[in-house]
Design a protein around this ligand. Structure first.
Ligand SMILES: NC(=O)c1ccc[n+]([C@@H]2O[C@H](COP(=O)([O-])OP(=O)(O)OC[C@H]3O[C@@H](n4cnc5c(N)ncnc54)[C@H](OP(=O)(O)O)[C@@H]3O)[C@@H](O)[C@H]2O)c1
Length: 375
């Protein structure tokens, strides 16, 4: 293991499933980086197995999960890509350290409560420092955000109905995250105001491109209500999603019901312990590397207004790879030019939806969007 030297990008959580994918794509974009994690040997063992790493410019760093140590690691860098989730639990130290070190911050969260917390707690400080604070640069939910923005290229549409589906196996931290978020309030957007979901809400959705339907849930509220809350084009956002495996979704609905009845009445610490136990029992192994023939994704958005409608469906594959690429591209872009918006901003607000679509297409991860417009 080498001592960290100055590299412009720090990827934190590289021993995990998503962190290593970000490193792969940074290599392909020729961006030098530091691969960091709480266990340096584990990080080294992981990067040693990434194909082609012998030609990448990187260092491995071990770091403790506290603001001081993280700040020391980030000093001299320009961008931090954080994959250590659940982010509502582990994110604040990393955001604080990135700000202290003068770095842009991105992460892979899908947690609406973390977006809202990060925005209110750190958004202004990042804007004042001319830095980007962009939680949730990830397949869930950047790909559907791209679809929404393509739909909104037709003016006069004010309502978004978002569907996010994928085929695959959540990783350990993803599973922890899915259960951690049960404790939070979840919101959709009605006329620019947050409205709480009933946690037991579920909807049967028509899936573009197939005859079968899919059972979906609010999945913590998703990111779109937060991103579009202050977008003058949009007033109302409903977003649901899940995996394209009905048995898994039946389990999610049943577990949510069980949480409401048996775990919500407990004290916060007991709630957390009960949820971690359930999550650990469900998934503890690293899922296999994604296979584009198996791990498909569908991001679909209906946008509507009084006098117009648009539908955009983006069929893709390998949603963790999409996340790795989106993160790596965000870092690559930030090294070359300032983001379009500083402070709290989504991937599309910071980098442009057409640009992000182009990158996903360039690497073979999504098809050309299927667009239908009636106006
Ligand atoms: N929105 C999306 O589309 C999307 C896509 C991908 C990932 N994600 C999210 O991103 C996060 C990471 O996912 P993943 O697939 O990479 O999960 P993972 O394979 O379980 O990796 C988690 C990483 O976090 C590290 N970690 C865990 N607890 C830590 C702690 N207390 N201090 C320091 N490091 C800690 C782990 O280190 P060790 O190896 O040392 O345990 C590992 O590097 C999850 O929250 C997931 O939901 C979201």
């Amino acid at each position: 293991m080498t001592e960290p030297t100055q590299r412009p990008v720090v990827v934190y959580g590289v021993s995990g499933y998503t962190g290593r994918l970000i490193c792969e794509y940074l290599r392909e974009l020729h961006v030098p980086f530091i691969a960091a994690g709480r266990d340096g040997k584990k990080v080294q063992a992981v990067v040693d197995k990434i194909p082609g790493m012998e030609n990448a410019q990187f260092d491995v760093a071990e770091v403790s999960h506290d603001v001081e140590s993280l700040t020391r690691l980030f000093e001299g860098a320009q961008v931090v890509c954080n994959t250590v989730g659940p982010f509502i639990k582990y994110g604040p130290e990393v955001v604080e350290a990135a700000l202290a070190a003068g770095c842009h911050y991105t992460d892979t969260t899908g947690e609406q409560d973390w977006l809202i917390a990060a925005q209110s707690r750190f958004g202004k400080a990042y804007a004042d420092a001319n830095l980007l604070l962009s939680p949730c640069i990830a397949q869930m939910y950047t790909t559907s955000e791209i679809a929404a923005n393509i739909a909104l290229e037709t003016p006069g549409l004010d309502t978004l109905d978002v569907l996010v589906l994928w085929k695959g196996f959540p990783t350990y931290a993803s599973t922890q995250t899915i259960f951690t978020i049960l404790k939070a309030d979840w919101f959709h957007l009605v006329n620019n105001e947050y409205v709480a979901w009933d946690h037991r809400a579920a909807r049967e959705c028509v899936v573009p491109g197939q005859h079968g339907t899919a059972l979906t849930v609010p999945w913590g509220g998703m990111a779109h209500p937060v991103w579009f809350k202050n977008d003058p084009r949009v007033a109302t956002v409903t977003a649901t999603g899940g995996v394209l495996d009905r048995a898994v979704m039946d389990g999610v609905v049943a577990t949510t019901g069980m949480f409401e009845e048996q775990i919500r009445p407990l004290e916060p610490a007991a709630q957390e312990a009960a949820l971690s136990d359930i999550a650990a029992g469900l998934q503890s192994d690293m899922p296999p590397r994604e296979n584009p023939r198996v791990n498909t994704s569908i991001d679909s958005v209906y946008a509507s207004g009084p006098l117009g409608r648009a539908h955009v469906a983006i069929h893709g594959n390998s949603n963790y790879k999409q996340t790795g690429l989106l993160q790596a591209f965000a870092a690559y872009s930030l090294l070359q030019q300032p983001p379009r918006r500083v402070g709290f901003a989504s991937a599309c607000q910071a980098f442009g939806h057409r640009e992000l679509l182009g990158v996903l297409r360039q690497f073979g991860l999504v098809l050309k969007p299927v667009v239908t417009v009636h106006d």
